[in-house]
Write a protein that binds this ligand. Structure first.
Ligand SMILES: *Cc1c(COP(=O)(O)O)cnc(C)c1O
Length: 482
């Protein structure tokens, strides 16, 4: 099968300043019809040194740079934990509509009824999808949602008269969980998952006490497995007065199938930029709405949107609120995309998303487990985790780099930490069987190369724009000039 990677027509492109030629200009202004007057010398002395280029120079510069990019619109992007699915363009069109895109955040409620209605309706949709009583769409990302949720748990214990000092975090939780708990002043108590990668109630029973604020459970967990004992675990935590935080960033696997609010969880965040159609990967913007049950509702951030007869308005005078988590109302454009996505998919469509995401991941798992080692061989959810045990001394890193030569963005590597040499693939529901087969074949070829010509992999990638980088230096001393 032909792989998407190619070698030709890859352009070098210098910094825009190197292309600058004095006097070149991309615009032509009409002659002034008033008398010219010179700018203040203070202004001209400090004038920025802007590059001087023709229109074609500028167009080629940015087009070439854009061709060094790789995105979901160019090919399969199997980055585990990130849900890099295709985002239908209709959602971009809706978010770009003037009434939404140019709404001014300082506009009075009475002139923003459409935007308020959209946020109000989106909160209701998300409450229904997650099975909770109330939602805020204010947080700007998944980790920001975690902080919001943990601040609410913190405020809840404070209000109950006794603050607690610890929080239970399983080894299969997302890495942002302990960081969010720590920002609220909690110490993390690490709990190991059982031999099949799932949390065991007895392990929670052993550590849960009355100085523990609760637990943060990522479900499906970072091994791509569904935590089957959530109900028992919630009962154990609740019986000692603790609360259960659900990390719902992986909702793409269970949307329409499981309602976390109905299986005992108290609070949950979603990643709209993963599950609900916002392109991501370049650092934002995103949105991390938080859904809560009745117990935590009074602590939600302000402002909240309410509906009085036919009018929507913001209210802020709520005595127990944790306060504001973001300026204005969060990342409104992301909310429009999510709203449009939910309406265009419909309830059945959202269910199909989860079923197909799980089917695709299980297809990859079953077809590749002969080729790559699969440490936890259970039916998976939206992603599956292999490692390099069969290929060593060729490593996960070598295989990921070689995938670039075949035209793929590599999967997530060396995460989750519970699997040594992890190679985590999340295909998402938007890939067809053809594109999964093509990807599987690329990995089978790479596994064969690992046996026959390991040197080839050790020095991969060979036809990418740059070859192997010194990643430590790149992280410690980033060169941001291009
Ligand atoms: C992506 C992810 C997060 C963090 O989300 P951000 O928007 O990147 O802050 C948290 N938990 C899980 C399980 C995730 O997959």
């Amino acid at each position: 099968m032909e792989q998407p990677g190619i070698g030709g027509l890859k352009f070098n492109e210098p910094e825009i300043w190197e292309k600058s030629r004095k006097g070149r200009c991309a615009i032509s202004l009409p002659k002034p019809d008033v008398q010219e007057s010179l700018l203040d010398t203070a202004l001209t002395a400090d004038a920025p040194d802007l590059p001087q280029l023709s229109e074609l120079d500028v167009v080629r510069h940015y087009t070439r740079l854009s061709q060094w990019n790789y995105g979901v619109d160019s090919g399969l992007y199997p980055l585990g934990s990130c849900t890099m699915k295709y985002n239908p363009k209709t959602n971009e069109v809706q978010a770009g509509r003037k009434g939404f895109a140019q709404a001014h955040p300082l506009c009075d409620d009475q002139f923003s009824q459409g935007s308020l209605e959209l946020m109000y309706a989106l909160e209701a949709f998300l409450a229904q999808i997650t099975g909770f009583d109330a939602v805020t769409v204010q947080p700007a990302a998944g980790a920001h949602g975690e902080l919001t949720g943990m601040l609410m748990i913190h405020r809840y214990h404070e209000k109950n008269g006794k603050q607690r000092s610890k929080i239970i975090i399983p080894d299969t939780a997302h890495g942002t969980n302990p960081a969010s708990a720590s920002l609220c002043g909690y110490d993390s108590v690490k709990v190991s998952s059982g031999p099949n990668g799932i949390l065991e109630p007895c392990a929670i029973e052993a550590v849960m006490d009355e100085d523990t604020a609760g637990i943060m459970i990522t479900n499906p967990n970072t091994l791509g497995l569904f935590e089957t004992h959530v109900r028992e675990i919630c009962d154990i935590v609740h019986s000692k007065g603790g609360l259960v935080y659900g990390d719902g960033a992986n909702m793409n696997a269970i949307m329409g199938i499981v309602k976390p609010g109905k299986i005992g969880m108290d609070v949950l965040h979603l990643n709209l930029h993963k599950t609900f159609s916002t392109p991501h990967g370049g650092g934002g913007p995103g949105a991390g709405p938080v859904a809560v049950n009745k117990i935590l509702e009074p602590f939600l951030p302000v402002p909240r949107i309410i509906k009085e007869s036919d009018t929507y308005k913001f209210i802020s005078d709520l005595p127990d609120t944790i306060g504001r988590m973001h300026t204005f109302y969060g990342h409104f454009g992301v909310l429009v995309r999510a709203y449009s996505y939910i309406l265009s998919m419909g309830a059945h469509g959202l269910c199909d998303v989860s079923k197909l995401a799980v089917l695709n991941a299980n297809y990859i798992k079953e077809r590749l487990k002969k080729t790559l080692n699969l440490p936890y061989d259970l039916p998976c959810m939206h992603e599956c985790v292999f490692n390099d045990e069969k290929q060593l001394p060729v490593t996960t890193l070598d295989m990921a780099k070689r995938l670039l030569d075949y035209g793929y963005h590599p999967p997530t590597i060396y995460f989750p930490l519970v699997v040594k040499g992890a190679f985590m693939v999340e295909p998402t529901e938007t890939e067809s069987k053809d594109s999964l087969d093509q990807f599987i074949e690329a990995l089978e070829t790479i596994a064969k190369e690992a046996m026959d010509t390991p040197v080839l992999l050790k020095s991969a990638p060979h036809i990418a724009k740059v070859s192997r980088l010194d990643e430590v230096t790149a992280a410690r001393k980033p060169c941001l000039k291009g």
